[in-house]
Design a protein around this ligand. Structure first.
Ligand SMILES: *Cc1c(COP(=O)(O)O)cnc(C)c1O
Length: 353
């Protein structure tokens, strides 16, 4: 490739200190990380270095003005132990869409994908061998120019770190339909995978948890009527045999799991419609018995089944009689781990070093 990646390896891997059957959530990182700097209008110095602290100037612009975006994806192992990535070019594309919205420079897709491959080729022993586990990958970009003043930064870092993750416990979740706070408004940053969107979601999520719910069900900003997403997942409902999911109207994140689930459901001959969905429509479908299932989709959990939705002082109950989402989840996982033929052409193999 055009961009040469230099490698500085640790003397001794820490992987033997990890118990793959008991991985602490979100606090374990592999031996290395990938870094690339944006300086003078170009991406330079692509490198794999030991995982460690990064010196940061207190005026680093991301800390003040919030130019920070990220991606989330996973590496799996094929049945013969070959590391595999799920649709990495989609994440590369989405990172650039987020970058554009946040006034940040695009990153050549080649750096994104080759950086991932290099890191995984070196740290592949960290991909958990246990069923349902995977190596979570967190590519992200932020403004690290030291400057006080409001303008687009001129210096950025793109980093990929990797963290082994066990299968998340897949209990059915309870949602709180949020009528006061919002996640995304038309013209806002809802479509970007931007750190600031998460910052704005922290308080409403904590309040929902204090009420006994797992996640927030986000409604539209203008009328608090139309369903957007759930927590950090896209959402699907099955009503009278048909799947519906909110259309991508500018306020909904373009989930790669969402797109893949739509393709898979259609290949199973289900009707899938992307359209506006009101919370009242879901309430009515629950009451008249036509709401057959509801689930969230995202890289972290795959498919998360929804048990109920709290709406002001009412509860919308969701049936668990239809297991189509579970079948889709099992099929997706089997494709990701090479147990099922990759008929959609979603998987990218990574050479081991
Ligand atoms: C990342 C994310 C999703 C899920 O996207 P995937 O590509 O499926 O992981 C959904 N909603 C929000 C707000 C997200 O940040």
């Amino acid at each position: 490739m055009k961009y040469k990646i230099t490698v500085d390896k640790v003397e001794k891997s820490k992987v033997d200190q990890l118990d793959f059957n008991n991985i602490p959530l979100g606090t374990t990182f592999t031996d290395h990380m990938f870094i690339c700097d944006y300086d003078n209008g170009e991406w330079v110095d692509a490198r794999v270095v030991p995982m460690g602290l990064i010196p940061t100037h207190p005026a680093a612009m991301a800390l003040h003005y919030g130019q920070a975006i990220f991606e989330g994806m996973k590496a799996y192992k094929d049945t013969d132990g070959t590391p595999m990535l799920f649709r990495p070019e989609q994440n590369a594309k989405r990172l650039n869409e987020s970058a554009t919205r946040m006034g940040m420079p695009e990153l050549p897709e080649e750096i994104f994908v080759e950086g991932l491959k290099k890191l995984i080729s070196i740290d592949h022993n960290w991909i958990p061998p246990t069923e349902g586990s995977a190596l979570y990958l967190r590519p992200f970009m932020y403004a690290d120019e030291a400057f006080i003043g409001m303008r687009a930064a001129t210096h950025y870092k793109f980093i990929i770190m990797a963290s082994p993750a066990q299968a998340l416990y897949s209990k059915r979740i309870k949602l709180w339909a949020e009528k006061q706070y919002i996640r995304a408004a038309h013209g806002g940053t809802g479509e970007a995978k931007a750190a600031g969107n998460y910052a704005a979601a922290v308080l409403p999520t904590e309040l929902a948890k204090a009420k006994g719910y797992d996640q927030v069900l986000w409604l539209d900003a203008a009328e608090h009527k139309y369903i957007q997403e759930v927590g950090t997942m896209n959402i699907f409902f099955k009503i009278n045999g048909e799947f519906i999911t909110p259309n991508l109207d500018g306020s909904v994140l373009h989930g790669i799991t969402r797109a893949s689930v739509i393709d898979m459901l259609r290949s199973m001959n289900f009707k899938v419609t992307e359209r506006k969905i009101t919370i009242d429509e879901i309430k009515e479908a629950s009451e008249n018995g036509s709401l057959e299932e509801a689930f969230g989709t995202g890289t972290a959990v795959g498919i998360a089944y929804i048990q109920e939705i709290g709406l002001e002082d009412e509860t919308i109950h969701v049936s668990d009689e239809s297991p189509v989402g579970l079948e889709v989840n099992d099929t997706l996982n089997a494709i990701k781990t090479g147990q099922l033929k990759d008929k959609f052409g979603w998987m990218t193999k990574v050479d081991k070093e």
